[in-house]
Design a binder for this molecule. Structure first.
Ligand code: KG4
Ligand code: ZN
Length: 337
């Protein structure tokens, strides 16, 4: 089975071709120009997707040595994400499916991330504990099977990636903040500032707004009689990164004691964070669980995970009408309960 995947939910246009378990192409165009605005500008994002989607499809077919007519299933991200951006990939995918008379699978972006570990040679085993850490979402899930996902917790305010981006802006590092915070943190002292780990009523929920405010207060305090120099930036980045990653690992450790799971997976854009990756590997050793963290290529937004999720749906016999629409929030996911 050959599946074409299209991803356009935010600031990456991506096209993939998956032939059964073999990924033939996963092309990603990152819209770096948002950097100068300090965040994603939705209208500019939609326009860039429009410019990129056709050339990327052509390049993916060439790279895979596959003809358009050989594609069995066409899939695209339907949500959550920026509505204008989503509509570009979704509408293109549906039109292509209609013109080629092929089935179309609309994919939930977060479900794509959840199963992105399956793109690796060593795959998660059900049931697995999944930590979704991205720019828009922070979730802790027990994935019992392909279509049975139990949500243990979610963020009650900011997402973890959003907090990396905001703290990065506060100390003048730019966008996207995650990789920059990581880079500065490597040179910093993570014990320098004591930042709080957000407490929540549900032990599996997350809160990052208090941490963000604590960083802001610390900056204001320093600026009373000094300036935020490079060395202070390094220490803030390291101390913040320590607190933000501990907020995730703390919940994961509690869940591992409570649930009988076979493996542990870390997915989403923030799964590219080196410290968090190391912490998960250590937790895996401590609890004797297999840990699956996708390669960097599959952590950030990519169409390989969309095609993979579409293949799971199609193989399970699930069929969709072309009237499915784009949706901005997570609520429309069919299997997250
Ligand atoms: O999954 P993703 O590409 O997009 C969403 O679906 O949201 O995640 C993007 C997020 C951004 O907030 C970015 O700052 C963060 O992932 N990120 C990182 C790192 N690389 C990307 N956060 C921490 N450390 C990193 N190395
Ligand atoms: Zn994402």
């Amino acid at each position: 089975m050959i599946v074409l995947g299209i991803e356009s939910s935010c600031d990456e246009t991506s096209v993939s071709i998956l032939e059964d378990e073999e990924l033939k192409a996963n092309l990603i165009f990152s819209q770096h120009f948002h950097k100068e605005f300090g965040g994603v500008i939705p209208e500019l994002s939609s326009r860039a997707h429009l410019q990129q989607v056709i050339p990327l499809i052509k390049s993916a077919l060439t790279k895979s040595k596959i003809e358009l007519a050989d594609i069995d299933v066409i899939s695209a991200t339907a949500g959550p994400g920026l509505i204008g951006a989503l509509l570009v990939g979704l509408t293109f995918g549906k039109s292509l499916a209609l013109s080629l008379d092929k089935p179309f699978v609309p994919v939930n972006h977060i479900e794509g991330h959840i199963f992105s570990g399956f793109l690796m040679k060593d795959k998660p085993e059900f049931p697995f504990l999944c930590s979704v850490v991205s720019g828009g979402h922070t979730l802790l899930l027990v994935v019992k099977s392909e279509f049975e996902i139990i949500k243990l917790g979610t963020t009650i305010d900011d997402a973890i990636g959003e907090s990396f981006d905001k703290v990065s802006k506060m100390i003048g590092l730019g966008y996207p903040g995650g990789p920059l915070i990581q880079q500065y943190a490597q040179k910093g002292n993570d014990q320098k500032f004591k930042f709080p780990i957000g407490k929540t009523k549900n032990k599996y929920d997350f809160s990052f707004s208090g941490l963000k405010t604590a960083v802001l207060r610390q900056i204001q305090e320093i600026e009373k009689d000094s300036v935020i120099n490079e060395s202070i930036k390094n220490d803030i980045a390291a101390s913040f990164q320590k607190a933000a990653t501990e907020a995730i690992t703390k919940r994961v450790t509690i869940a591992l004691k409570e649930f009988n799971i076979k493996s542990l997976s870390l997915v989403g854009g923030v799964a590219a964070n080196q410290l968090l990756r190391e912490q998960f590997i250590n937790i895996g050793k401590e609890f004797n669980k297999k840990v699956i963290i996708p390669n960097h290529e599959f952590c950030g937004d990519n169409a390989a995970m969309i095609a993979y999720r579409a293949m799971q749906y199609h193989k399970a016999g699930k069929r969709f009408s072309l009237s499915s629409n784009a949706y901005p929030s997570l609520n429309s996911s069919t299997f997250l309960t």
